[in-house]
Design a binder for this molecule. Sequence first.
Ligand SMILES: Cc1ncc(COP(=O)(O)O)c(C=O)c1O
Length: 423
Amino acid sequence: MRRRQLLLAAAAGGAGILWGLRATNRDTGGGHSAYFQTLSNALDKAGLARPTLVIDRQKLLANANVLHQHLAGRYDYRVVAKSLPSLPLLETVMSHTDTRRLMVFHQPFLNLIASALPDTDVLLGKPMPVAAAARFYQQHKTAQFDARHQLQWLVDSPARVMQYAELGRQRQELMLINLELDVGLHRGGIKDEAQLIAALDIIEQEPFLQFSGFMGYDPHVSKNPRLLGGPEGAFSSVQTVYQNFVTIAERRLQRSLSGLTLNAAGSPTYQRYNGAQVATELSAGSALVKPTDFDLDTLADHQPAAFIATPVLKALPVAEVPGIEKLAALQSWFNPNSRQAFFIYGGYWKAKPESPPGLSLHPLYGRSTNQEMLTGSSRVTLQPDDWVFLRPMQSEQVFLQFGDIAVYDDGEIVDSWPVFTHS
Ligand SMILES: Cc1ncc(COP(=O)(O)O)c(C=O)c1O
């Protein structure tokens, strides 16, 4: 008798927990907002019917203005090309922010930029193997881009300075060397006084190398836990470290670094720079299109400007998983947002469903780059050929996966921007 009572109580408790969990799964489904409905109409009107990366030009320009206003002439702006990997996109951002400075991260894109945008000033964003640097020179044919004055190689160690010195001597050509500083990110780079002095001494002795400045990237700042001083503490430490390297270099070289490139920031921190820091220029790219990884307090005045648009191929009334079809009803009772299944054209991008609201991945159905299943509640009214929108989590790789970017402006697709290619 007591055992039966116990079992009944356990069953009632279990049911209670299930009901409680179910109650946390609110129906979040709905239809497209007016913005995404208008964007859908524009894509249809343009005859598009495949996964497409869309950039909203008005939002992009608004972000460019926000950035330009924050810098307020106190720092030069260097556009991070890997995060905006398309020539017309870079041109648009450069002309709205009044800069010709680019940060580049990939040898084929470096050659592309040197030939297509020969009036730019380029700083590498990571140290290239010296063989990649040699390859740049072999392939570089555009005389208007004078690498001796317009290109700064990023170098992270005395050993790599020696490799570049050797390349400079072989080519009998001046190479500008910018030193990567470890300002707290711990992704390599010059870490202490001894390394800095060793690197500077080699550069000074080499006839074909010239020291052009420092790069100190600081995205770790925004992730610093409160317990360790929070972002403010980490930012202040970055500044102390950076200033210290500048002081050491000036002492060793017996000259001021003014006029050199003292690069800093990145999208997460650029708004923390207020004119009081030693940096002369700030880099940012992602903030211009704001993928979801950049939904940060420090970028609250930037808006998402890039979306993946993809057609619904199939809309099914139940989301069934092979082998456990019978659980579909239980699953949709438990979570109303998994009632219907929508198979989209493509998928498995580094991106999150954005519109219509309430779409998500099924926890058990596998992922697919071919036709991915998203589920939604009965309030989602998507039909085959309707558009689903996702927001990229980052831009650099995601933007390269769709061919030309569809440029959206005021209710119309107005342009098509090719993205970088590797060949
Ligand atoms: C050296 C360096 N500077 C700046 C950035 C900032 O790029 P974004 O503004 O797109 O985050 C990056 C990004 O990886 C970087 O590696």
